[in-house]
Design a protein around this ligand. Structure first.
Ligand SMILES: *Cc1c(COP(=O)(O)O)cnc(C)c1O
Length: 401
């Protein structure tokens, strides 16, 4: 009898991360010698700062290479608590903090810990690619809240209020946002906090870009705005983006002790502690000198100015001004219906393919983030690369008929 390697339903319905897929395709083309302008990266182009690397090297030399406590070493938890105090003026004790293998694992563990099959999670659109899959892997049902570029991707509070049901377990906020760069206003955060306490659901606050901001505002989340929602706020963060440490894989959760304990149980039976050496490095990142953030942010800010003005300079392209993170998310739908060499650009996928094949620009189609009108361009790369990318984009769009 032939053997077809049967797989579980949950994985048959699971799509691989589209952003990682585009990045892999661009890297493969580059390896073949194709001159690709890669504007698809979801990570800072900077190297991890030296003092952080030194802490890891010291950890290795000191033999800090064994299992640690599942939820992380006290030194790292203290550094996380200090960050929560410094940026959000909120106290968290050791049993209210867990470190995991990246922010993504934190989110995975949270969904496993709080969702029963059929429970609903409200996800504002455009969303980070992994949110729906993380919810579905836990048997949850994503409920999409459309947000409009005309309002700068602000939360539609009335829309949110009308979606809440008895099955609503959580909402996921991501501010500043990947892919839009938008940051929520204090008023909207206040409204979400009010609805969450009225109806009894969690607020999962993915703050991974909280310190990469250009709008002159300090990091803010539901807890800093309204300390009373502390018992329903799950604050997710990590060192990947702020400290250019994507490969180190350290993220964390600060939240109610019961949820932290539940995710710790899941972690203890799945991956155990996050990497011991990376924990030392993350502790050094959070408690060491913070001027590296400013250095990277000024580069991001300069590139943002440039890419947004180039995009807006192209007839038909509309782009909201990002408040933070390192992505521009222009509406490209004015080009849908146009043709090139007999084939029609009909959506974000065909446009992204056209840009890759004809102009050698790698970017991520908006459909990956739940809105087909858009394309995500990352500016976490050299100014020269961004300039070349924008030159090619302008030319390629100009050639459409
Ligand atoms: C990059 C990213 C994360 C998590 O990254 P990790 O490397 O797993 O810490 C989470 N949320 C968003 C929106 C991101 O862009």
């Amino acid at each position: 009898m032939s053997w077809e390697a049967p797989l579980a339903e949950r994985v048959r319905n699971l799509k691989p991360s589209p952003t990682l897929a585009v990045d892999a395709k661009a890297k493969a083309l580059k390896a073949q010698g194709v001159d690709i302008v890669n504007l698809s990266a979801g990570e800072p182009d900077f190297d991890t700062p030296d003092h952080i690397k030194e802490a890891a090297i010291k950890a290795i030399r000191d033999g800090f290479t064994k299992y640690t406590a599942v939820a992380g070493i006290p030194e790292l938890k203290e550094a996380i608590a200090a960050k929560m105090k410094r940026d959000y003026n909120t106290e968290y004790s050791a049993d209210e903090i867990i470190a995991s293998t990246g922010g993504k694992q934190v989110l995975y563990n949270i969904m496993q810990a709080i969702l029963d099959p059929g429970d609903e999670v409200i996800i504002p659109v455009p969303y980070w690619v992994s949110y729906p899959a993380l919810v579905e892997l836990a048997g949850g049902v994503p409920q999409f809240l459309m947000c409009s570029a005309d309002d700068g991707f602000a939360l539609d509070i009335d829309g949110l209020a009308s979606m809440i049901t008895s099955r609503t377990r959580a909402i996921i906020l991501n501010s500043p946002s990947n892919p839009t760069g938008a940051a929520y206003s204090e008023k909207d955060l206040e409204e979400v906090a009010r609805l969450a306490s009225q109806h009894g659901f969690y607020i999962i606050s993915d703050d991974i870009y909280d310190e990469i901001r250009f709008d002159g505002k300090a990091p803010a989340n539901v807890v800093s705005i309204n300390p009373e929602c502390r018992d329903r706020a799950l604050i997710v963060n990590g060192v990947s983006k702020t400290y250019a440490m994507t490969g180190w894989r350290i993220g964390y959760l600060a939240g109610p002790a019961a949820v932290v304990k539940a995710t710790s149980k899941i972690q203890s039976q799945s991956t155990s502690n996050p990497n011991s050496i990376a924990q030392k490095a993350a502790a050094a990142a959070l408690s060491g000198p913070q001027d590296c953030i400013q250095t990277m942010n000024s580069a991001f800010a300069e590139r943002k100015e440039y890419i947004v003005s180039r995009l807006r300079g192209i007839d038909g392209v509309k782009c909201v001004e990002p408040s933070g993170a390192f992505y521009a998310f222009p509406d490209m739908s004015a080009f849908y219906g146009k043709k090139h060499a007999g084939s029609t650009i009909s959506d974000s996928l065909t446009l992204a393919d056209y840009l890759l094949e004809s102009a050698r620009i790698a970017c991520v189609p908006g459909i990956a983030f739940g809105d087909d009108r858009f394309i995500r361009f990352s500016y976490a790369t050299d100014m020269a690369v961004i300039k070349e990318g924008m030159d090619r984009l302008e030319k390629a769009l100009g050639e459409l008929e």
